[in-house]
Ligand binder design. Sequence first.
Ligand SMILES: Cc1cc2nc3c(=O)[nH]c(=O)nc-3n(C[C@H](O)[C@H](O)[C@H](O)COP(=O)(O)OP(=O)(O)OC[C@H]3O[C@@H](n4cnc5c(N)ncnc54)[C@H](O)[C@@H]3O)c2cc1C
Length: 416
Amino acid sequence: MSTDHAGTAASGLKSVTIVGASLAGHASARALRAQGFDGRITMIGDEVHRPYDRPPLSKEFLTGRATLEDLALEADDEQLDVEWILGTRALSLDCPERLVTLSTGQSVRSDAVMIATGSVARRFDRMIDGVHTLRTVEDAVALRADLVPGARLVVAGSGFIGLEVASAARALGVDVTVLGSSQWPLSRTFGDTVAATVQRLQESRGVRVRNNVIVDAVLGTDRVTGVRLSTGEQIDADVVVLGIGSRPAVGWLGESGLDVRAGVVCDEFGATAAPGILAVGDCAAWFDPIRGRAHRIEHWTDSRDRPSISVARLLSGRTPRQGLRPSYLWSDQCGSRIQFAGRLLGGEELTIEAGGVETGDLLMVYRRGGNPVAAVGFNQTRLMAQWRKSLTVSAASVSPPATVPVAEPLSQPFGA
Ligand SMILES: Cc1cc2nc3c(=O)[nH]c(=O)nc-3n(C[C@H](O)[C@H](O)[C@H](O)COP(=O)(O)OP(=O)(O)OC[C@H]3O[C@@H](n4cnc5c(N)ncnc54)[C@H](O)[C@@H]3O)c2cc1C
């Protein structure tokens, strides 16, 4: 174990509680140990499982090509010396005392608390049999049982999760219709040109895509029989998946005094306004000096990588000045790996750098004022790796404002 950072002695911290035992929570424990912290780490998670990976839930786990064991985030020989409290919900946080109260009636006091409670899928008020959301392994198991060949699936929402479910369901021989409220699927993330390519990809596998429609009710008494659109039109369905977005899992922080308006508001290193309280992963709204405001990024790579920045801040008290990597996401749909890196603020120019719209191996670059700010690739993993590197900008060139205004995410989160 490397001890090249401040660690326990320099920070004076003897105990850290991590709330949320998933990707960002596990990455936080890893970073604490890697940076020399040898005090007590307590990890609280309301799921009964040790940390597991969510991206396969809408891909190979849904199609039966991966098992729960394949999803484990911990390495086989990993020894983080963590005290696990699983199947237990954190109910409240007293910031000055750094005291987390649990659903068991117990409480855990420590020198610092890292909040890593992620997001939850948005649902309709009325959820009947055959209507699904997809966030947990139990959700995926229940959905898989309904995806039998010939079943009619309606996906409400044309974001990442809805489109990945559509793709997996087609592979299982299911009849699929995607109903989205935007101009094109994923147009909020990619802009219309790229989003039209996503639609063509889905249609090439037999997915029906309808845009500019709003699903406002599920139909059926005990079991779903269809959906109703805002126009009154009804569409028959045996199974419905709601891919209508997510919200940060911050309800338990209501009395904490933290700013949780659009996620847990933090500075650009994950520190909240309360001493010793940090937030990481999907639930955290970090200050982004390029956008000039705090916002949430609900993507795997940020959730895994940012905790080490927060831990450095926690253990050393210093504010690491390191290159800001561009935000990054990937999505597997209909045999294509879609990757995106960078930040879009709107109004960028888009050019095709490699491949072509007809060949399915496209790479496009977004430019602002002539400078590349983002890239998107379809089956262009090698070129995308190069673009990710070149899009890294120096944080030193950015002077963050003193205040931390908050905004809803500009890029489409994975939960949407
Ligand atoms: C189906 C699916 C597919 C995805 N695919 C991709 C992809 O292809 N590419 C990509 O970039 N991203 C993808 N993502 C997004 C990525 O998985 C998330 O960004 C990542 O899981 C966020 O990690 P996290 O630890 O912050 O939150 P989560 O993974 O949501 O974990 C938070 C944990 O905290 C627990 N918790 C919540 N409240 C409490 C409480 N009060 N007390 C105790 N525990 C609590 C939750 O139950 C959960 O276990 C996908 C997400 C989903 C759901």
